[in-house]
Design a protein around this ligand. Structure first.
Ligand SMILES: Cc1cc2nc3c(=O)[nH]c(=O)nc-3n(C[C@H](O)[C@H](O)[C@H](O)COP(=O)(O)OP(=O)(O)OC[C@H]3O[C@@H](n4cnc5c(N)ncnc54)[C@H](O)[C@@H]3O)c2cc1C
Length: 356
């Protein structure tokens, strides 16, 4: 993002997101109009941009939004990730008719790939089955969590056709046979329009098939998928460390062993490594374990920093409505969203488990 773009992003955040952070976190408000405003301002454009520029822009965008609200940053990630499936997929219909409307933010989308990502490291069987019929596929099964859903919106999913054949599909939320049940009562992230999706004989026409070879499409998009998630952790850590620095001299905080300077060093190193990886995407093939490693470290750092920041706030940080308590709940989400820390630890320790 250019300097000017940064400034206008900051202005959008101040005007449209800051006033909503509490209702997003405490009342489960879904920040749909802010997400659409980002698109209208050009932040979701991908056509005619080289891939590494898109990844870099996405990472910075998610990081900047996450400094204010990680739920919203996650929704931005959902949209950009779903959009990347259409941009890299093989459906001419979706590329020509839907992609421009996703880029402008007129239509929003999500990604239901957690189950598939777990399948690819041998953690789970695929929960969606697709049967070939005339003109498309018929899908049955479930996806336990998919966020950024609403009438008129779409999401990506992977379904098993047979042992050797998996298809990647783009599904409209209004499809016949698809039942969405909202997930509420979560520890955080209640404003993310997250649903349990039940597919019963859902017909997906050929036009909505992103790829007949889901494994190949996942190989193309997974670096951007995982690397841009690091933005959620970077933004959260940046604002949590800033809050600790402000409170460093307050009360007896100087006696606490966890120091903001130590976290700031870890954060800067991680940030540099992350952006260096983005540049490498441009110049050479990036080894996926390197991407997984920064993603894993980002989750651990987010939990460490968010925990220390609550201690720095003292009793005030224990209020449900405090930014410190919100960040603590958000940090656990970063560790529990796929690829989760368990998933990444397995991928790094048993690379042979990866089917891609
Ligand atoms: C608020 C929210 C929003 C989400 N949004 C999306 C979304 O938009 N799209 C999407 O695809 N997913 C979404 N998810 C799902 C998310 O990405 C993770 O997949 C999920 O939170 C972690 O699932 P897991 O425990 O199976 O994963 P892991 O911790 O990676 O578990 C790996 C495997 O171990 C098994 N396992 C884990 N814990 C236990 C246990 N205690 N006992 C026995 N077996 C266990 C699991 O079944 C799994 O097979 C969302 C989740 C949340 C909470």
């Amino acid at each position: 993002m250019s300097k000017t773009a940064d400034v206008s992003l900051q202005a959008l955040i101040e005007e449209q997101l800051v006033p909503e952070v509490s209702v997003i976190d405490l009342e489960g408000h879904y920040p749909q109009s802010f997400l659409q405003a980002l698109g209208a301002a050009g932040y979701y454009q991908v056509r005619n941009l080289p891939e590494w520029r898109v990844t870099e822009r996405n990472l910075r965008l998610i990081e900047t939004v996450s400094r204010t609200c990680n739920s919203t940053a996650f929704l931005v990630w959902c949209h950009l990730t779903g959009l990347s499936y259409v941009a890299h997929g093989e459906s001419r219909y979706l590329f020509e008719h839907l992609l421009p409307r996703l880029e402008s933010g007129e239509i929003l989308c999500g990604t239901g790939l957690s189950n598939a990502m777990k399948y690819y490291v041998g953690l789970e069987p695929l929960k969606l089955r697709a049967e070939r019929v005339s003109g498309g596929y018929v899908c049955d099964g479930i996806l336990p969590f998919v966020s950024n859903l609403a009438p008129g919106q779409w999401f990506g999913a992977i379904a098993q056709v047979d042992d050797r054949h998996r298809v990647m599909l783009f599904i409209p939320c209004d499809a016949d046979g698809l039942t969405l049940r909202e997930r509420r009562g979560l520890m955080g992230l209640n404003g993310t329009a997250t649903y349990h999706c039940h597919f019963e004989r859902v017909f997906v026409p050929d036009d909505y098939v992103l790829s007949e070879d889901a494994d190949a499409l996942v190989r193309r998009v997974r670096t951007g998928f995982v690397l841009s998630q690091v933005g959620m952790a970077l933004g959260l850590c940046g604002s949590a460390i800033a809050s600790m620095i402000q409170l460093a001299q307050a009360g007896a905080n100087r006696f606490l062993p966890a120091r903001p300077e130590g976290f700031a060093e870890r954060y800067e190193r991680l940030r540099e490594r992350t952006f260096a990886l983005v540049e490498q995407v441009h110049t050479k093939a990036v080894a996926f374990p390197e991407v997984a490693r920064v993603r894993l470290e980002s989750a651990y750092l987010a939990m460490d920093v968010a925990t220390a920041a609550v201690l720095y706030c003292g009793g005030a940080g224990y209020l449900q409505s405090s930014a410190a308590s919100r960040r603590l709940r958000e940090a656990f989400f970063i560790a529990l969203v796929t690829p989760t820390v368990k998933h990444l630890e397995r991928l790094l320790r048993e690379p042979e488990s990866c089917r891609l």
